[in-house]
Design a protein around this ligand. Structure first.
Ligand code: SF4
Length: 386
């Protein structure tokens, strides 16, 4: 499965915790969309993606919902012209997701997103509590977030994912209530991440100056246990460390292909792409991106990954999924079996229950169990091929 990712680096406000690439100056939106259309042509003309079948499309950001429906439609049409149709690609994306913020969801925008071809929404709710939302500098209220999901469902979107953040300052069981409210809505997926403190953010500066304190690990563990528990009770399947789906068909196909190491085409300032062991990053600067594309140059930085790098990446991402990693396949594809390279550590991790077989009978496939996913990175790095 291969996918196309489009980065939309604009937001209406800067959330205090966020260090993604975005700009709150919307004056360049028009020239950015033009540049994006040109970049699509340049990547097609490069011939580097010939022969790949793209099954999924994902608009992320930033906040893709700041773009008008007409602009979104133009971009999707440009992608279809360049990478689908005439070259024998299948006629429809099996999953086409747009990240939207609650304040942008209304009947008109929902109609526009459907007309542009999106069949899945990822709504940036983060919390349903106004005190937490204003602490994060989010632009919407809890009520608006709730209404946005209901409106989207009524408009015919059957695949709706919510983004939530845990580890926020809270009073009176706010986190438990946020999860319960999310589960009362017509959704089929939740992505949930711990609040991380990035140094170059407002929150990072506040923590450094002592105005705020960082949440202790125990609090993050408690919140994570709450969501794992509630999602299980609600019948959702915990298929990756931060992702829950209501059945296999509701799993995010686009993101799942990242975890399996499939190629993906990245478009837009700050996007990443990957093909044939080459990973590229597009420049994270909107004016420089626009001027490079106007001069018909792709402003990429490339990195060639070795077999060891690929093996380690599959290990890092795969062990934190319910599907796990098939070590026999890993050895066949990349020439390394990390379990055989470090047998003593492997034995002790198995005995401690830090690594388990994915299913009885699948002797070569392993994963980290759910109750150890929060420390999954440190378990996986013990088996990195160096
Ligand atoms: S969290 Fe999302 S909406 Fe907030 S600044 Fe970051 S990219 Fe923009």
């Amino acid at each position: 499965m291969s996918g196309i990712y489009v980065h939309v680096p604009f937001c209406r406000t800067a959330c205090h915790y966020c260090d993604f690439h975005f700009s709150t100056s919307l004056s360049r939106v028009e020239s950015y969309v033009k540049a994006l259309l040109k970049e699509i042509e340049l990547r097609q003309e490069s011939g580097e993606w010939d022969g790949l079948v793209f099954d999924t499309l994902y608009f992320g950001g930033g906040t893709p919902s700041v773009l008008s429906s007409d602009d979104l439609k133009l971009i999707v049409e440009g992608i279809n012209r360049a990478f689908r149709g005439s070259s024998g690609f299948s006629s429809e994306f099996i999953e086409s997701t747009i990240e939207v913020n609650p304040e942008d969801v209304n009947e008109e925008s929902l109609r526009g997103w459907r007309a542009a071809g999106f069949n899945r929404l990822s709504i940036g709710v983060q919390s349903f509590h106004d005190s937490q939302l204003s602490w994060m500098n989010r632009k919407h209220s809890g009520k608006e977030a709730f209404r946005a999901v209901e409106l989207a469902s009524r408009a015919g979107f059957h695949r709706i994912s919510l983004d939530l953040i845990y580890g926020l300052p809270e009073s009176d069981g706010d986190w438990q209530k946020t999860v319960e409210m999310a589960l009362s809505l017509p959704i089929d997926h939740i992505s949930c991440y711990a609040l991380t403190i990035e140094p170059k953010t407002v929150l990072g500066a506040r923590i450094k100056s002592g105005v705020e304190i960082e949440m202790p690990d125990e609090r993050l563990e408690k919140d994570y246990a709450i969501i794992c528990d509630e999602m299980r009770k609600a019948g959702f399947d915990h298929y990756e460390v931060s992702n829950w789906a209501k059945g296999v068909k509701s799993r995010a196909v686009h993101n799942s292909s990242y975890w399996s190491g499939a190629p993906y085409l990245g478009l837009g300032a700050g996007a990443h792409g990957f093909r044939s062991n080459i990973r590229y990053s597009v420049i994270s600067n909107n004016p420089l991106y626009i001027s490079a594309i106007e001069a018909k140059k792709l402003p990429d930085t490339e990195e060639t990954l070795s077999n060891k790098d690929r093996c380690n990446e599959v290990l890092m991402t795969g062990l934190r999924t319910a599907k796990g990693v098939d070590f026999k396949a890993l050895e066949k594809t990349w020439g390394y079996n990390p379990a055989k390279l470090n047998p003593k550590e492997w034995k002790s991790r198995i005995e401690a229950g830090d690594i388990v077989q994915t299913k009885a009978g699948e002797e070569t496939a392993f994963r980290i169990p759910e109750n150890k996913w929060l420390i999954g990175d440190s378990i996986a790095t013990d088996f990195f091929v160096t």
